[in-house]
Design a binder for this molecule. Structure first.
Ligand code: ATP
Length: 231
């Protein structure tokens, strides 16, 4: 299912957050959006998800416009984390899985498989607030993938995490890709994008500076004066 953005523009009043962005995101690959703070990555994701209207342009997925009837096929890890601190991990994931229309037994078996994969089966009955930031991020990640989406959108998934947690999440992302999920993620850091993505887009002040295959982008990136801040 190719995701296609055509002349996508988003303005907030007189400020342009995303300016005339056109690209195709191939299916079953990992696609990266690289850019500094305010480059327009989150705004682009919100438009892809149908959470925000476009000022101009169009977005289609498999030649169809994206709307809420497809939301069960999409997983989203937002930049602002949204877990309920007082719930246990199990209650949190059951709640979010039920919102996705899943049966409780399916949610629990998926949850157990993921907790096992992250080597933290004992977190099942812990309250979210008892977990470290890195482990909360894993729970947030599980909540984005528990319903086995075809398209997974991850907004700064590695931001603020220690290297061990980053590696575990990267491994999970690669496994999902190998299982056939199309993944789009954003980062401030070239090394994350370089390691994971076949294709990428560099955004700078809302403008797509360059996009395409990794090698080709790296070649043109070297010639452009774009600053991507390290976090
Ligand atoms: P970050 O890494 O900081 O999340 P980003 O690349 O995701 O940055 P966006 O959050 O998409 O960038 O923001 C792009 C621009 O649009 C910024 O200048 C931001 O201030 C502006 N912006 C985003 N949302 C709104 C809004 N609801 N109202 C007004 N301006 C907004």
């Amino acid at each position: 299912m190719t995701l296609k953005l055509t002349n996508v523009t988003k303005r907030f009043g007189s400020a342009t957050a995303v300016d005339n962005l056109s690209l195709e995101i191939p299916e079953k690959q990992i696609f990266g959006f690289l850019g500094a703070n305010g480059a327009g990555k989150t705004t682009t994701f919100r438009m892809i998800l149908g959470l925000m209207d476009l000022t101009e342009g169009s977005i289609s997925w498999n030649d169809d416009s994206i709307n809420y009837s497809k939301s069960h096929l999409i997983g989203y890890l937002p930049e602002e984390r949204g877990l309920y601190p007082k719930l246990t991990v199990k209650d949190q994931l059951v709640y979010l899985g039920r919102l996705r229309g899943m049966q409780k037994n399916d949610i629990i078996s998926e949850m157990d498989a993921w907790l096992e994969k992250f080597h933290v089966p004992e977190y099942r009955d812990k309250k979210v607030e008892e977990l470290s930031k890195g482990n909360q991020q894993k729970i947030q990640f599980i909540s984005a993938v528990i319903h086995k989406p075809k398209l997974l959108i991850l907004d700064e998934p590695f931001s603020g995490l220690d290297p061990v947690n980053v590696e575990q999440l990267k491994k999970a992302v690669v496994e999902l890709k190998e299982a056939g999920t199309s993944i789009v993620f954003s980062s401030h850091r070239m090394e994350h994008v370089e390691e994971l993505c076949e294709h990428l887009c560099i955004l700078h002040h809302g403008t797509p500076v360059v996009h395409g295959g990794l090698k080709e982008v790296k070649r043109s990136f070297g010639k452009k004066n774009v600053v991507v801040r390290a976090d």
